[in-house]
Design a protein around this ligand. Structure first.
Ligand code: BGC
Length: 266
């Protein structure tokens, strides 16, 4: 099975680094034109866009804070002006601000919920409005549009010391499934991806060395994931190869969500 997304336009939020960056690259490699959203890091987003264009693809870096309603609306407007339509949204922007719950400030609770949950809602809402106007573009895709919500194993696994993050990802699960139930009749296909421990530039301290070794106890498959593991799942969910998959979360976690602590207990 070779997956091609030629003629389609994808927006990836939070694409200046890590999983978002890898997914934007993979979508472009599959033939999609890609809008690369960033919040504060313009330079790596511009560089990725330039790389994609130099390789013969289409890409545009766009700055916007996904928790700012007007900024989100401007971003979608810019995409329509540049590319004419939109077919795929990967709502990926996310952040962590960790603290024991008794010490977690309201500001840090709100900051994480605003980006991880409200930001996904605001982007999904704009995408849905475009997909509803656009309808199915025959010859391009069987769906009027696809949305992929980036979740985490922590939509299912409670995570002490990260209550804001875990609550936001639990919310993403219900956001995704409710939108899927509401909109699939209009051929808007909505799913989620829940990565486990993935090696990226910003988490080398927890995925390498001794900490990385300890992390392996939580991963039955015995390796830390790579960005490409997540990107492959995203490209598949964005394509017609998964056209009958609706309202599902695909766990890409090496088995982390299988309660590995019970392997020798219980
Ligand atoms: C977090 C990572 C963490 C992983 C597994 C992800 O959602 O962003 O920092 O390693 O979950 O706990």
């Amino acid at each position: 099975m070779q997956i091609r997304l030629d003629g389609q336009v994808a927006l990836v939020t939070g694409a200046s680094s890590g999983i978002g960056q890898g997914c934007a690259r993979a979508l472009a490699d599959s033939g999609a034109a890609v809008a690369i959203n960033y919040n504060s890091q313009a330079e790596p987003a511009e560089r990725l866009a330039a790389e994609i264009v130099a390789a013969g693809g289409k890409a545009l870096a766009i700055g916007a804070d996904v928790s700012d309603e007007q900024a989100v609306q401007r971003m979608f407007q810019q995409i329509l002006e540049a590319f004419g339509h939109l077919d795929i949204l990967l709502a990926n922007s996310g952040m962590q601000k960790d603290a024991p719950s008794a010490e977690l400030s309201l500001d840090d609770w709100n900051a994480v919920l605003n980006v991880n949950l409200t930001g996904q809602f605001l982007c999904a809402r704009e995408a849905i409005r475009i997909f509803q106007r656009q309808g199915v573009r025959s010859g391009v895709s069987r769906a009027a549009g696809k949305i992929i919500h980036m979740s985490s194993v922590h939509e299912r696994i409670p995570w002490a010391g990260h209550v804001n993050y875990a609550a936001s990802k639990g919310g993403v699960d219900m956001l995704m499934r409710t939108l899927a139930q509401e909109l699939s009749g209009q051929r808007i296909r909505i799913n989620g991806v829940a990565p486990g421990a993935i090696r990226t530039a910003i988490n080398t301290d927890t995925t390498a060395g001794e900490e990385g070794e300890r992390l392996l106890d939580l991963i039955p498959y015995g390796r830390i994931g790579d960005v490409e593991d997540v990107a492959n799942a995203v490209v598949w969910l964005a394509s017609d190869a998964s056209d009958y998959v609706v309202g599902e979360t695909l766990f890409v976690d090496g088995g982390m969500s299988l309660y590995p602590g019970f392997r020798d207990n219980g």
